[in-house]
Write a protein that binds this ligand. Structure first.
Ligand code: TYD
Ligand code: MG
Length: 465
């Protein structure tokens, strides 16, 4: 029997197996094994490590020269923040995102600013012709400085050109279109993506060049799943947002040189991507006034406070089975909060459809949004608009208690900056909200207290204190 010349790889962790299995033997993920030619297979995760020609000796910590890595500005304050204060020379940065979200536009703009700042830049596209690049560049603005464009998909030829040109910054758009002769498989296959990324990693480290690569994200995570790429590169950025809306959120997911979970906000305009320096005001624009079910909250994205509108809608169900939908937050968390509302505040929502929507297309995992979700549902149920200048945040526990969340000062400061007059927060966080400058701060210990605060003063007066 001839020897098999293919092996199976896990898209998530890169684990290798000689036969197909439903569950990955490495990370136990379901249905992630894909077939790839054998000769491109380097064993498992170790393939991600750059190979050196001579092995280095192991050293003690004090023998390693200290010093902060110098960073170079990308020309975009939003991108610099996500990268942790600029790009580190010699790092490999992956930018992922849905097709058409603006990855090529963003990187072309980065190239433009870096070239204008006097750096030598190489922009390689495997997807677009030089004419197409020219058309896009014309929309963005004038290009100055030492910037070269190359349309090529053979990575070895690209590295050869880069070796002669010696750029400081190199962009590869996209990794799924690149191939190496020596590796088997078609461009975009797991073996090719792995080999090409490895070669780029070696190039970045050896030549001290900042390399940006574009990676495609497919809904099903087909063959060249971005997960495997994530293990290999230094920094992973995701470009998110609704393709049909104009704003885009750039999120840091992995960063070997800085914090993750920082976000940058951009707006897609006719002349490329513009930075949104005041995202809270931007996300809240168009908020309806004096309508029930709309509550403003403040979440933290990394170190950045972001004001968002939480919308709730509760209506009588017309079918036997009530419907519940959560857009922008975890569905199970919404069910949990409804259960708390029913039990602790004696509200009956079992014959109502309940919907939650976090506006702006942003997906939240921050539990500080709990209180806003509960109040939005309550406000809609009672048809009771909340004060337009009210901001709420806090985590809701199963006993109906309101628990404190981190970074109270920053959230209150953001409310103040954007002209809010009242902040409803967990009672235990009250001592932290000291710099209030005319802001009315209300602490609530339980959900009942928070709800009482929403009632008009006349009704509130009748409640037992
Ligand atoms: P693109 O950068 O090609 O996306 P990706 O590389 O992630 O696939 O962006 C494509 C979209 O951006 C396209 O729908 C057109 C739009 N666009 C603008 O609205 N304004 C512009 O100035 C540019 C260059 C693109
Ligand atoms: Mg593109």
């Amino acid at each position: 029997m001839p020897a098999k010349n293919t092996v199976f790889f896990c898209r998530e962790c890169g684990c290798e197996s000689s036969k197909w299995t439903g569950v990955c033997p490495g990370c136990r993920a379901f249905n992630t094994m894909v077939e790839a030619p054998k000769d491109s297979a380097r064993s498992g995760k170790n393939a991600a490590l750059p190979r050196r020609s001579a092995p280095d000796e192991a050293v003690r910590l004090d023998e390693i020269p200290a010093g902060e890595a110098t960073r170079i500005s990308t020309g975009s304050a939003e991108l610099d923040r996500v990268l942790g204060g600029g790009a580190v020379p010699g790092s490999l940065i992956l930018t992922g995102g849905d097709p058409g979200i603006g990855k090529s536009t963003l990187l072309l703009q980065v190239c433009r600013s870096m070239a204008a700042a006097g750096r030598r830049v190489l922009y390689v596209s495997g997807e677009e012709s030089l004419r197409q690049i020219r058309l896009r560049a014309d929309r963005i603005g004038a290009f100055t400085g030492d910037i070269r464009f190359l349309c090529e998909t053979d990575l070895d030829r690209i590295l050869q050109t880069a070796g002669q040109m010696k750029p400081e910054v190199c962009v590869i758009d996209s990794i799924q279109t690149m191939f190496r002769e020596e590796a088997a498989g078609t461009p975009g296959s797991i073996g090719q993506v792995r080999e090409c990324t490895l070669a780029l990693m070696n190039y970045a480290k050896a030549s001290h060049v900042t390399v940006f690569i574009v990676g495609h994200v497919t809904k099903e995570g087909t063959v060249a799943g971005p997960r495997m790429l994530e293990h290999m590169v230094d920094t992973v950025l995701y470009f998110e947002g609704d393709r049909h809306a104009s704003y885009r959120v750039l999120r840091g997911v992995k960063n070997r040189f800085g914090a993750t979970n920082e976000i940058g906000v951009f707006e897609m305009r006719g002349s490329g991507l513009a930075e949104v320096t005041n995202p809270s005001a931007f996300l809240l624009s168009g908020r309806p006034e004096n309508v029930s079910g709309s509550v403003i909250t403040c979440v933290m994205e990394g170190t950045r406070p972001l004001l968002l509108e939480v919308q709730g809608l509760v209506s009588r169900t017309s079918f036997g089975m009530p419907r519940r939908t959560a857009a922008g937050m975890d569905y199970n968390r919404m069910n949990l909060l409804i259960a708390v509302l029913e039990k602790r505040c004696r509200l009956s929502l079992s014959d109502c459809d309940s919907y939650i929507n976090i506006t702006g297309g942003i997906r939240l995992n921050d539990p500080s949004v709990d209180l806003a979700v509960v109040l939005a549902l309550y406000s809609s149920f009672k048809n009771l608009p909340v004060l337009p200048e009210l901001l709420v945040f806090g985590e809701v526990g199963l006993s109906g208690e309101i628990r404190s969340v981190p970074m109270t000062e920053q959230r209150v400061a953001e409310a103040l900056r954007l002209g809010y007059t009242t902040v409803l927060l967990p009672r235990s966080s009250l001592p932290l909200a000291c710099d209030t400058r005319g802001l009315r701060i209300v602490g609530a210990g339980t959900l009942e207290e928070a709800i009482r605060f929403l009632e008009p003063p006349a009704v509130r007066g009748k409640e037992p204190q």
